[in-house]
Design a protein around this ligand. Structure first.
Ligand code: ADP
Ligand code: MG
Length: 229
């Protein structure tokens, strides 16, 4: 059996009605991401990166076009089916982390999976946190951590369930240069060893260059014609 791509976007379009004006944000995005592949969505603030990521995993609806996640047309699924799919095959690293301040690092990583009824080995979580340089932090509450440490906890939470697709929204956007480089290195190495596909939104050219391909925002459009790498 041929393994389907993890993610397919076919002529995805999105417009918003703002007042009486229709504003087109995405005007025909096409991309196919097989397992193990990595794609950067590179564009300035406001270009539609977050909108694109949300559509890719069914958090938002496209105005037109098709989205297939693990071979299933997510745009045709009901909200609860989409949520099930996200739980089973997507790890999302949100730009603002969305960690739970009152919980420890370890609980932030394991609780979402446990709530979804999946078993999480404490040792697996500890090992992952160790790889991310957080071994000494596992029992700390989130509000004691620095920005770079929080970002790594968010990455651990996204990776722990071994999802087929990792989605990162500006994973280094809130970090200083040195911390950003360290976070990016560990992110790419862990994603590579997991065999997952990666889609990462960024305005950071050097982060984008670490991906296999770039969907670059140009003339109001995201396309990859100019640089298949
Ligand atoms: N729900 C919405 N209603 C109206 N406009 C929106 C909505 N969501 C996003 N936008 C607009 O779409 C554009 C792209 O937003 P976004 O995807 O967040 O860009 P980026 O992540 O690249 O900064 C922005 O101009 C934003 O204001
Ligand atoms: Mg954004």
């Amino acid at each position: 059996m041929i393994t389907p791509p993890v993610l397919v976007l076919r002529d995805v379009r999105k417009s918003f009605l703002i007042g009486s004006d229709t504003v087109s944000i995405l005007r025909g995005v096409n991309v196919v991401i097989p397992p193990g592949d990595s794609v950067a969505v590179l564009g300035p603030s406001g270009s539609g990166k977050t909108t694109l990521l949300n559509i890719a995993v069914g958090i938002e609806d496209a105005t037109a076009g098709e989205v297939e996640l693990q071979g299933r047309p997510i745009h045709r699924l009901r909200p609860n089916e989409r949520a099930d799919m996200r739980r089973s095959c997507v790890g999302f690293v949100f730009q603002d982390f969305r960690l739970i301040d009152a919980l420890s690092v370890l609980d932030n990583v394991t609780v979402p999976l446990r709530l979804a009824g999946r078993r999480v080995g404490r040792l697996d979580a500890m090992e992952l946190l160790d790889q991310l340089g957080l071994a000494s932090r596992v029992d700390q509450p989130i509000d004691r951590l620095s920005g770079g440490e929080r970002q790594r906890v968010a990455i651990a939470r996204a990776l722990i369930g071994k999802p087929a697709l990792i989605v990162c929204d500006e994973p280094t956007g809130n970090l200083d240069r040195e911390t950003a480089t360290r976070v990016a290195t560990v992110l790419f190495s862990l994603v590579r060893s997991s065999g997952a596909a990666l889609i990462v939104a960024t305005h950071d050219e050097s982060l984008a260059l670490q991906c296999n391909r770039i969907l670059r925002y140009n003339d109001g459009l995201f396309n990859q014609h100019s640089e298949s790498r």
